[in-house]
Ligand binder design. Structure first.
Ligand code: SIN
Length: 309
């Protein structure tokens, strides 16, 4: 089965990879992704300085998914700038994920990462877990300003990781902005931010940061993710590739994302729960799903979701 895809001209053997954040902070974690069946290696979203992240507990698996408030723990971009050329030995695309606490962080990071030569640069404008810092993706003016400034700095194809939107007007607006900026791809969705899980027995929140508020991930958010992928596909068609993220646990979930219009899919919660061996399982399940459906390749079903007359 042909499970390949291409994002901004970069070929992928398999259109399936880790979401930034899931087991991709340290050199050992990134190398494990390189050795796994994953179609690409995506780094943790990086900031200029190393960060410990938020206090523990900051990730908890819940029924149907997970809640996290990691707070961008990462090694700092100088460390990843050194690591990226080494990760190329795995002969699969390396995607650098860039975050920041201030606009200048993004610009300095973009400059440094561009020199390191990742295959793609994913600008994360949607981390919900930094106390006092809003998700930039919900501020349309700032999103356009920042992405335009990054565009003027980098030569590596760059895209953006977005939060979920819940209104068609917002889908239309962000789509127009990203077209104007000229992003090479979009990854969506990040976790559903600022949700709250309650433990009724202990009458307590389940994670420590931000009074228990955190990003929801896993199966529970799949309908939100599919809706966002579909909404942008309906506006763009195949003009800007979409990497679908959210709620993938099995091969059929990947199929659903691609039916909605995704050109590739990322996984988060299920990777954290199962480890990098999950990619081989999902590759097998996706192959079986497509064979059963009679599709000759993954891209043959892209965007083919049927609507009712
Ligand atoms: C985190 O580190 O808090 C998660 C990253 C993200 O949601 O972008």
């Amino acid at each position: 089965m042909d499970l390949s895809t291409s994002i901004a001209g970069v070929p992928f053997r398999l259109g399936l990879m880790n979401a930034s954040g899931a087991l991709c902070v340290t050199q050992a974690e990134l190398e494990a992704l390189g050795e796994s069946a994953a179609g690409a290696i995506v780094t943790k979203s990086m900031t200029p300085l190393p960060r410990e992240g938020n206090p523990l507990p900051r990730y908890v698996a819940i029924e149907g998914g997970s809640i996290n408030s990691m707070g961008l723990p990462n090694l700092g971009y100088p460390a990843y700038v050194k690591l990226i050329p080494e990760l190329k030995r795995f002969k699969k695309p390396v995607i650098a994920s860039l975050a920041g606490l201030h606009p200048d962080d993004f610009l300095a990071g973009a400059k440094a990462l561009n020199m390191a030569g990742p295959d793609l640069l994913e600008v994360n404008l949607s981390c919900p877990n930094i106390p006092g810092k809003p998700q930039i993706g919900y501020d349309f003016e700032e999103t356009e300003r920042l992405l335009s400034a990054i565009r003027d700095i980098v030569t590596v194809p760059f895209g953006v990781k977005l939060p979920p939107y819940f209104d068609p007007v917002h889908h239309q607006k962000i789509a127009e902005i990203l077209q104007r900026v000229g992003v090479a791809f979009v990854t969506m969705i990040n976790s559903v931010g600022n949700t709250l899980v309650v433990d009724p027995e202990r009458e307590m929140v389940v994670i420590k940061p931000k009074g228990g508020f955190g990003g929801l991930g896993g199966r529970i958010i799949k309908p939100v993710a599919l809706a966002n992928v579909r909404a942008l596909w309906k506006i763009w068609g195949d003009r800007i590739p979409i990497i679908g993220t959210g709620g993938v646990e099995n091969g059929t979930d990947i199929f659903e994302h691609v039916l909605c219009g995704a050109s590739a899919v990322q996984i988060g919660t299920v990777l954290v729960e199962e480890g990098p061996g999950v990619f081989a399982r999902l590759e097998q399940e996706l192959t079986e799903c497509l064979e059963q459906k009679g599709y000759p390749s993954l891209m043959a079903c892209r965007g083919k979701l049927r609507e009712m007359d």
